[in-house]
Structures are given as structure tokens and as C-alpha cells.
Design a protein around this ligand. Structure first.
Ligand code: GLU
Length: 392
């Protein structure tokens, strides 16, 4: 398959200078025993300390000017709270999981602080909600707090603020949250530790499924390997990991999915354990475009015609004339998805008109905007500078 190839060499963990490590709930919490997997966590803390101290690096450390930063995105608040409270098995109602997270997060934070502290690292807890990455001003604010922690050589330990996040304002999964954090801090690597060791070309339960060691570009074929989206089971599964991969790689952050079912999981990656690497395209985009590309909740969709798709691919802006259909209720400046006539996602951008005005000018020449709307707005409905193409 053209999209997936083993020809370029997989990167080495030691090559990265700012690494976000995402740890899934099932690794941290032994649900059957109702407690944290402390031994495993202790082995991970050893690896984090080695990375933080610039180990796993070939050659002498002298002369290296930049220390390595490590950030942790830790799940487990709900699972741990549920274990501590001995809540019955089965799906939790939102208010139950919010309250369980309040109990679990405090224990989780203490454990991270102890585990990292045992290696002379200082943990700093950061709890974020969706708005902290989706609204530009809050995004910049969260970014500067985390930057300060890194400057102080602390290890930020990040989770969603599950206790206050309600359905509409939740990430819901820490894969995409971790990708957002990674792009926010311009990390060069995102490590997703989970209970699978990577992406398989078909469901791993099916006979003959093969692990894909390297994904150069996330194509529709790669997405298909992750399975159908939208199912209950897919939350936190491969679908959200591929979504995370899209956010991360578009912004210039490499990603690796690796097994956390082994002791010293980061050392295992450094030693060449089976895993799946997702590479960034050759030309990472600007900070502003990273933010656009990573927006988790576009407010609407523009379906455009084949001519407009071709124009966008040639580096042009999107004009109202190329827009065939508009969906969603969005305001001026909101993020929208751009889809081609076949529904395939072409890119994402910030729209220059609200939904009502966009509806009026769609399919029309830019020269008519003044007479249609009664004011002369931008001739582009999504300007090139506000547009990120898939894989750009
Ligand atoms: N934020 C959730 C928790 O700490 C985890 C979400 C996920 O599993 O991805 O429980």
C-alpha cells in the first residue's frame, strides 16, 4: 500500500527534545484489584527520569545545549475514583463520573508527584477543559503556564478537568487532548502508551493481522484500518489515536503508539520494541495554522465543488463561488471543515462570514458580495492564511 511504507527508517526516541507521554487508564489502574499499578508506574517513572536527564541519547552529552523536556498526559481519574469508591461495574452517568474523577484525580496527582519525586523531578498538575485549547486566548494562556513549568524543569502532569467538564465541553478522550497539548507546546514527539502495541492493518483479533511500523501520511486507507468511528467501543480506541495522529503530525509533532503492557515502556521503544510511528510531513505549518488544524470541534462544514478543491490544492484561497453547500451554525472567525464533493475532508479553516451570510453568498461571484449582503466583505470565504489543507 502506497501510504504505508517501511522504507524510511523509524525515528529514534533519543532524537526528540520535547516529548509528551500519554498514559491510558487501563495501564494505570488495575480495575479488578481496584488499585493503581504502582510497580508499572514506578518503572515508567525511571524511564521518564532517564529521558529528562537526557539519557537514551547516543554520543556524549557535552556540548548539547537543549535539555530534554517531558510532559505527561495521565488518564485514570475516573477509573481510579471508581475503584476507590467501589462503584458498581457498567457505564457511569455523567455526574457519577464527574464525582468519581474528583476522588480519583487527587490520588492520581499525589501518585505522580511521589513517583516523579523519587527521581528528583517536580510534578506540576495541569487540568484543562476543551475551551483551554479551542479558544485562542485561553490556549495562549495555558501554553505560557506550561512553558513556565518546563522552564523550571518541572514535569507537567496533565489531564482533562473531568469534574467540571460536561458532555458538550469535553474532549472525552485523552488521545486527542494529548495531541492538542503536544501541538500547544510544540513538542516534537507524542508517545501514546496503551494496551495495544500499534496500528494493525486489520482488527488484531482477526488472523494474519500485521502491525504497521511506520505511517508516513494518514490517508483514508490508514483511517480505515482503525475501524469504524462513532461506536461506543471506539472511545479511546484506535479511532481517537488516529485523530490524535492527524492533529499532531499536521502541526509538526511526530507520534508513536506503543505498548504500555511492559515494564519500562519508554526504554522498550528506545530499544526497538514493536510500535507504530506516525511521521510529520516535510513542511510543518505555522503556529496559527497548528491551532486551526487541531481544532477539535469545527462549528460547521463547507462542501465545495471539484474546481474549488483543485484551486485549494494549488494554494489558492476558497472563494464563495466554489461553495456548494453549508452546514452548521457558525459565527465569523469560527473553524469549519472543508469537504469535497465526495465528502472527503480537504482541510480546515477559519471562515470570514457567519453562517447566514455564507449561505447567501455561496455559489456566487465575489464581485456580487456587496449587492447581496449590503456590505463589502472579504472576497475569500476562507483566506489561504486561515486555511490548513489535510497533510499540509
Ligand atoms: N480524563 C479521563 C480520566 O482521567 C480519561 C479519558 C480517557 O480515557 O482517554 O479518567
Amino acid at each position: 500500500m502506497a501510504a504505508v511504507s517501511v522504507s524510511p527508517k523509524s525515528p529514534a526516541l533519543a532524537d526528540f527534545r520535547r516529548i509528551v507521554v500519554k498514559v491510558g487508564s487501563s495501564l494505570l489502574v488495575d480495575s479488578a484489584a481496584g488499585k493503581l499499578n504502582r510497580d508499572w508506574l514506578a518503572s515508567l517513572a525511571v524511564d521518564i527520569a532517564e529521558l529528562h536527564r537526557d539519557k537514551f541519547t547516543a554520543g556524549p552529552a557535552e556540548g548539547r545545549t537543549r535539555l530534554r523536556d517531558v510532559l505527561v498526559v495521565s488518564s485514570g481519574a475516573i477509573a481510579l475514583g471508581r475503584a476507590v469508591l467501589k462503584l458498581p461495574a457498567g457505564a457511569l452517568k455523567l455526574e457519577d463520573s464527574q464525582a468519581a474523577a474528583a476522588v480519583g484525580q487527587i490520588a492520581l496527582a499525589r501518585t505522580w508527584s511521589e513517583m516523579l519525586g523519587a527521581h528528583s523531578m517536580t510534578a506540576g498538575q495541569v487540568l484543562v477543559t476543551l475551551g483551554d485549547t479551542e479558544e485562542r486566548r485561553r490556549y495562549l494562556n495555558a501554553r505560557s503556564t506550561i512553558a513556565k513549568l518546563l522552564e523550571w524543569r518541572c514535569v507537567p502532569v496533565i489531564n482533562e478537568n473531568d469534574t467540571v467538564a460536561t458532555t458538550e465541553i469535553r474532549y472525552g478522550d485523552n488521545d486527542r487532548l494529548a495531541a492538542r497539548v503536544a501541538t500547544m507546546v510544540s513538542a516534537d514527539l507524542l508517545v501514546l502508551l496503551s494496551d495495544v502495541d500499534g496500528l494493525y492493518d486489520r482488527p488484531p483479533g482477526d488472523g494474519g493481522a500485521k502491525l504497521i511500523p511506520l505511517v508516513e501520511r494518514i490517508t483514508p486507507q490508514v483511517e480505515a484500518m482503525a475501524g469504524a468511528s462513532g461506536s461506543e467501543l471506539s472511545r479511546g480506541g484506535m479511532v481517537t489515536k488516529i485523530e490524535a495522529g492527524k492533529i499532531a503530525t499536521t502541526a509538526g509533532t511526530h507520534m508513536v503508539i506503543a505498548s504500555g503492557r511492559v515494564a519500562h515502556p519508554l526504554k522498550a521503544i528506545a530499544d526497538g520494541a514493536a510500535c507504530t510511528w506516525f511521521l510529520t510531513p516535510a513542511n510543518p505549518v505555522t503556529a496559527r495554522k497548528k491551532w486551526i488544524a487541531g481544532s477539535l470541534e469545527p462549528r460547521g462544514t463547507l462542501i465545495i465543488d471539484a474546481g474549488a478543491v483543485a484551486a485549494l490544492r494549488r494554494g489558492k484561497s476558497l472563494l464563495p463561488a466554489g461553495v456548494v453547500r453549508i452546514e452548521g451554525a457558525f459565527g465569523r472567525g469560527d473553524a469549519v471543515l472543508i469537504r469535497g464533493p465526495d465528502g472527503a475532508e480537504i482541510g480546515r479553516g477559519l471562515i470570514a462570514y457567519d453562517a447566514e451570510d455564507a449561505e447567501k453568498i455561496k455559489g456566487r461571484s465575489s464581485a456580487d458580495i456587496l449587492s447581496i449582503l449590503g456590505f463589502g466583505g472579504r472576497s475569500e470565504i476562507v483566506h489561504r492564511d486561515d486555511l490548513v489543507m489535510g497533510g499540509e
